[in-house]
Write a protein that binds this ligand. Structure first.
Ligand code: NAD
Ligand code: A1AUG
Length: 519
């Protein structure tokens, strides 16, 4: 019997046979779920059916999704408000066991949920298992935070013997949670868990392209014993998200997705008084490599962050600034590593890079490569669209590295969300830091360097919320709750507090100062 395994995004190899056997059994279960019809529970007037297909093979129907009607949005918010009253009044000590049971049931079902995710959004098995386990860990971590902080209730100083004051963090009410396609379990579960742990109820609007996984999360939460009504789900696209944002019954909102979507949500979430809104948005994440760096480690970490989840992580590395003295050597080593990435059916054990999500993403890739060539760049590795080639019926592209472009080229500033990075030489760490920071984004960043002084300067000057030094498991990717709090600066995130960190649950609560005079 081999050792029990735990998959995180930093898991480098998976030679544990039990893991693969269990995942493959999960594939059989997930296949039996395919083709489900999904609409908001009790919706009398859902939208026309939209087919969600597998990006690895669009002939595979994953789910037929009918968007929530305006009436269903109203009903979900109202039901969440009603159920939320009892939940908010439930002592935190009684809320936590329910949410820990949710975490345990998610972990128990990890293999079938991960397999469904592989089919629905194209993640390889380790990435998908990591995504599911991260969802469970979010529930556990936020429960632990509430417990460690005594439910965020504290006695304050006294001005007289007859007066006592407590500071209490209390829930807001109903939270809207809008989630993206690329972490269809973890990034729906994370904000939902924090809201629920804090005593709120939740209305979830997942991405259309991750609807089936989000639906299974919803079902799992109910089956684990979450009180009826507390968690609502609204299938559908941006219009359903907009209807949720416009609903005056929403007391707080989290949005995880693109920069444009996040900015639109922040503008639209207005009402008679300000309500909390947390937006987690895109990235254009740089890695800096100095002349003192271990170039093999750099090539490994950067490759994982270019090609992991097919470049569809907000944390993906898409820019590399390397000291001119080692530029050619790094480009050669990195180019080789990128060209050796195994691209293919994400259900296969050997695959590292599955498909991108849809035809639009393939088109973004194709036009970026074309632009790079026209602008005088060199395609060092990859560059080809594989869609339609032997064994690649879905939206497959090659992980790609491009050199030789000027650093003001658009490929250094636009988030593409495909497995493509540009590399450029710099004359100094100062120049690298200036270029790395010269963006609206500030999500993640990596450094490979051998000198302590370089590490200190990077940590002091880089403008990003999640930073890594000398990390072959992922130059810019692979944060884990309780280990690396994950949140963006600047245009990558609005709250300045990070998911899976020490200060996140508190964002879902508001402080009440309670002074009581006796005698
Ligand atoms: N910072 C983070 O933690 C983080 C994590 C994951 C993904 N992302 C970012 O998300 C993007 C990829 O995900 P995506 O393509 O699903 O993003 P997206 O912005 O297209 O959609 C995200 C969600 O928002 C909804 N939505 C979009 N516009 C809306 C609007 N105006 N009002 C209400 N709802 C709206 C969508 O239906 C979906 O559920 C990338 O930019 C990536 O960097 C950021
Ligand atoms: N938390 C993930 C990224 C989530 C965004 O897509 C990471 O750290 O790589």
């Amino acid at each position: 019997m081999s050792e029990p395994y735990k998959v995180t995004y930093a898991t480098l190899t998976a030679d544990n046979e039990d893991l693969h056997t269990a995942y493959e059994a999960g594939v059989d279960v997930a296949k039996s779920w395919l083709g489900a019809e999904i609409s908001a529970p009790g919706d009398p007037d859902p939208g026309d059916p939209v087919d969600v297909v597998s990006p690895a093979d669009p002939s595979v129907l994953v789910a037929r999704v009918r968007a929530a009607s305006p009436g269903a949005v109203e009903a979900a918010v109202e039901a969440a408000r009603t159920a939320g009253r009892d939940w908010a009044a439930t002592p935190w000590q009684d809320r936590l066991p329910v949410l820990r049971a949710v975490a345990d049931l998610i972990s128990e079902r990890a293999n079938e949920l991960a397999a469904l995710m592989t089919i629905e959004v194209g993640k390889n098995r380790l990435e998908a298992l990591g995504d599911v386990e991260e969802a469970a860990v979010f529930f556990r971590y936020y429960c632990d935070q509430v417990e460690k902080n005594g439910g965020f209730e504290a006695k304050m100083e006294q001005l007289s013997d007859t007066e006592t004051t407590r500071s209490v963090l209390r829930p807001h009410g109903v939270w809207g949670v809008i989630s993206p396609f690329n972490f269809p379990m973890a990034l729906a579960a994370g904000p939902a868990a924090a809201a629920l742990v804090a005593g709120n109820s939740v209305v979830l609007k997942p991405s259309v392209q991750g609807t089936h996984v989000a639906w299974k999360l919803y079902e799992t939460m109910l089956e684990a014993g979450l009180p009826e009504g507390l968690m609502q789900i609204l299938p559908g696209g941006d219009d359903v998200g907009k209807a949720l944002v416009a609903n005056p019954g929403i007391d707080g909102l989290t949005f995880t997705g693109s920069y444009t979507g996040g900015r639109a949500v922040m503008d639209a979430f207005r009402g008679d008084y300000p309500r909390p809104v947390i937006t987690e948005m895109g990235g254009k994440n740089p890695t800096i490599v100095t002349a003192s760096a271990d170039l093999d480690a750099a090539a490994k970490g950067i490759t994982r962050s270019i090609a992991g989840a097919s470049g569809q992580k907000c944390s993906a590395c898409s820019r590399v600034y390397v000291d001119a003295a080692v530029h050619d050597e790094l480009v050669q080593t990195l180019g080789k590593a990128v060209s050796e990435v195994v691209v293919g059916d994400p259900l296969e054990r050997a695959t590292f890079c599955g498909p991108v999500i849809d035809a639009e993403a393939v088109e973004r890739f194709r036009s970026a490569v074309e632009h790079a060539r026209e602008a005088g760049g060199t395609v060092v590795a990859g560059g080809e669209v594989l869609q339609g080639a032997e064994g690649h019926p879905g939206y497959f592209v090659q992980p790609t590295l491009i050199s030789g472009l000027p650093t003001d080229d658009e490929l250094f500033s636009t988030e593409l969300f495909v497995p493509l990075a540009v590399v450029a030489p710099v004359d100094s760490l100062d120049e690298a830091l200036e270029r790395a920071n010269d963006t609206v984004f500030g999500l993640t960043a990596g450094l490979f360097a051998g000198e302590q002084d370089e590490i200190d300067r990077f940590l002091a000057q880089i403008e990003a919320g999640v930073v890594y030094v000398n990390r072959p498991a992922g130059a810019t990717t692979g944060a884990w709750p309780g280990v690396q709090p994950f949140g963006g600066w600047k245009g990558s995130g609005s709250s300045g507090k990070a998911g899976g960190g020490l200060h996140y649950v508190q964002l879902f609560m508001r402080e009440q100062s309670q002074t009581v005079v006796t005698g």
